[in-house]
Design a binder for this molecule. Structure first.
Ligand code: NAP
Length: 260
């Protein structure tokens, strides 16, 4: 039986990992799992499955049923629940697990960053930083800003839907974004402060560079603590770790079967 890799996806890096594994490690069967938040996800090499597993127990059942030999958690740095479930389920199944986690953005000269521990703190601090804010935090995290009063909020979403906050202006867009476009967008809406997750990666960095260019403050929500275990910063490092783990016998699917 060929070794089987489960990639927990939902990011550009996860898609790149699926492609890189197919190209570099043809002896490995990869399954990419998506939460199902995106209407038209990219078609990736290997198998794909969509939808939650039903918590850590559901994921453990899946790992055993599919005789998964190792797991790559390539989810978003803010997707803390699925990462915690992956850590627990892999520990229970005795499976090796790698976290593919893009590095934080570096703070550059001219950056005016104000850090917040979470969305609630960001919402509390926002009114002191300007009257017109650009919120690019994702639909799921907008509720914390519902209590913000006497501000004009420009909210970016993937698709145009009913306004997520009363009285806000909605703009739509999907990364990767260009610095020129982000600069024009912030200027057109006379934005005074940008709100962003400290997501890292290139696809959504342009708004940070645009804010620097315009001299605007950025209210940056810090990442949740990283999941435990080995981490790779980029796809080549992840492929190397997977290859080395399999070469050492660490991804033998019989290990999972023996743990049933
Ligand atoms: P989350 O809070 O950590 O996960 C919530 C639940 O969604 C999980 O408990 C799991 O359901 C399901 N889930 C999440 N990722 C999954 C995956 N790859 N495959 C199968 N089920 C998954 O994560 P989230 O913030 O909802 O993010 C969902 C997805 O969007 C992730 O794949 C993430 O990489 C991506 N994403 C998140 C953000 C963000 O800022 N949070 C931004 C961009 C992309 P069960 O408990 O039923 O298994």
């Amino acid at each position: 039986m060929r070794p089987r890799l489960l990639i927990l996806g939902g990011t550009g890096e996860a898609a790149d990992l699926a492609r890189a594994v197919a190209a570099a490690l043809p002896g490995l069967d990869a399954i990419t799992s998506l939460a199902g938040r995106t209407a038209a996800p990219p078609i990736l090499p290997g198998q794909m499955r969509i939808g939650g597993f039903g918590g850590a127990d559901g994921l453990l059942t899946f790992l055993r049923a599919e005789a998964i030999g190792l797991v790559a958690d390539a989810t978003h740095p803010f997707a803390a629940r699925i990462s915690a479930h992956a850590a627990a389920a892999c520990a229970a199944a005795g499976l090796p697990r790698l976290v593919l986690r893009r590095p934080d953005w570096p703070r550059l000269p001219g950056d005016r960053w104000i850090e917040a521990a979470d969305m609630a703190e960001a919402a509390a601090r926002l009114p002191k930083l300007g009257r017109r804010a650009f919120l690019a935090v994702g639909r799921q995290d907008l509720a914390a800003f519902a209590a913000v009063k006497d501000m004009d909020l420009v909210v970016r979403l993937l698709t145009a839907e009913s306004p997520p906050l009363p009285g806000c202006t909605v703009v739509t867009g999907r990364g990767p974004f260009r610095v020129e476009d982000e600069t024009a967008l912030l200027a057109a809406h006379r934005v005074e402060v940008v709100v962003s997750k400290a997501a890292g990666g290139e696809a959504t960095y342009a708004k940070i560079a645009a804010a620097r260019r315009l001299g605007l403050p950025v209210l940056l929500i810090r990442r949740p603590p990283p999941p435990p275990g080995p981490t790779a910063d980029d796809v080549p490092a992840a492929v190397a770790w997977i290859a080395a783990t399999c070469a050492a016998g660490g991804c033998d699917p019989r290990r999972t079967a023996a743990n049933r």
